[in-house]
Design a protein. Structure first.
Length: 95
């Protein structure tokens, strides 16, 4: 498990896997520093309700978990993320 502070302090540089459960209310923009390396992202157990419109930039991302957040619909940006073959939780949401 990682923390938002570790991400902000650059301790996760070049990480391929990140798991943060830190009562996040917004998607941490610092994650975009990992856009070329991140393959696994778990932001479960937070308070996210939106993803940034440019989330599709994570081209290496294969697995993303967002369970136990505040999403009511699947973010539209996920339509551009066909490279993500596991998007746990979003499967039961509507586009």
């Amino acid at each position: 498990m990682h923390t938002l502070k570790q991400l902000q302090d650059g301790e996760l540089k070049d990480a391929t896997s990140v798991k943060i459960s830190d009562n996040l209310k917004t998607f941490p923009r610092e994650l975009f520093e990992l856009v070329d390396t991140l393959e696994f992202l778990d932001l479960s157990h937070n308070h996210l309700s939106l993803l940034p419109d440019d989330f599709y930039r994570f081209k290496k991302l294969k697995i993303a978990f967002f369970s136990f957040n505040d999403f009511t619909v699947m973010p539209k940006v996920f339509k551009k993320c066909s490279h993500v073959y596991s998007n746990r939780y979003f499967k039961q949401l509507k586009f």
